[in-house]
Design a protein around this ligand. Structure first.
Ligand code: SAH
Length: 222
């Protein structure tokens, strides 16, 4: 991961513009989401040796057996989440911090939880140095959410959840939305959960995706 060199030159910007057009051609319609992808230098989130991979529409390893999601998948989840400026958004699975930065570019106040201490430490340090604002990250178990900061307008899970976590459903505002890849390891269904004003729940299915699993508890105990 680049710590000292936050360069974003014409070549990076050109590669990013191509990526945005590729994602648009795959069906992403939201101009706000496409603009956010265009604005966040994805190469900062990968080791500098892998620059050529940063602007391919593919997931990439970030250490600790985890991956930064494919840009199309980030755009798809973000579009489905329907984020408005100033909303409080909870993300489960900070990973590299890329998705959190996309959410903050949309004007959200982002809270993000990571269960791997090493990733948490690295990403916290990186976000500070890179100067991304409006993102608070937490080392913890996403299944528990963040009761002290609830309720949230939006909740985004970026790991495969075997079921809709009940604590997260409780921390969602009436009128709020949650997006998660729901299902067993290997194949999940992108699911939109809408909590209506009367507290009842609607779910919608939005196609097949593959994510790393959402695991219980923190990875390193304590
Ligand atoms: N959103 C990330 C990619 C996520 S990969 C990005 O933009 O880079 C999924 C992440 O979820 C991994 O970092 C993994 O450690 C984390 N994770 C898995 N289960 C979790 C849980 N219960 N609570 C918090 N994070 C979890």
């Amino acid at each position: 991961m680049v710590i000292s060199n936050f360069e974003d030159n014409y070549r990076h910007k050109g590669l990013r513009r191509k990526l945005v057009e590729e994602i648009r051609s795959k069906g992403i319609r939201s101009e706000a989401v496409l603009k956010a992808i265009d604005e966040v230098p994805r190469h900062w989130f990968l080791d500098p040796a892998f620059l050529e991979f940063a602007y391919q529409d593919k997931p990439f390893p970030i250490g600790c057996d985890q991956t930064i999601s494919q840009p199309y998948t980030v755009a798809f989840q973000t579009e489905l989440l329907d984020v408005k400026p100033f909303q409080k958004v909870l993300e489960i699975g900070t990973g590299s911090g890329y998705q959190a930065c996309i959410l903050s570019k949309l004007g959200a106040r982002v809270f993000s939880i990571e269960r791997q201490k090493k990733l948490y430490d690295r990403t916290k340090d990186f976000l500070q140095k890179a100067g991304f604002r409006g993102i608070k990250i937490f080392y913890g178990d996403g299944y528990q959410g963040l009761p002290a900061y609830a309720p949230f307008d939006r909740i985004l899970i970026t790991a495969a959840a075997p079921e809709i976590p009940t604590a997260l459903l409780e921390q969602l505002k009436p009128g709020g939305k949650m997006v998660l890849p729901l299902g067993k390891p290997g194949l999940q269904t992108m699911t939109l959960v809408v909590k209506k004003e009367d507290g009842s729940i609607l779910t919608e299915q939005h196609g097949a995706f593959v994510f790393v699993p959402m695991l219980p508890d923190k990875a390193n105990g304590n």
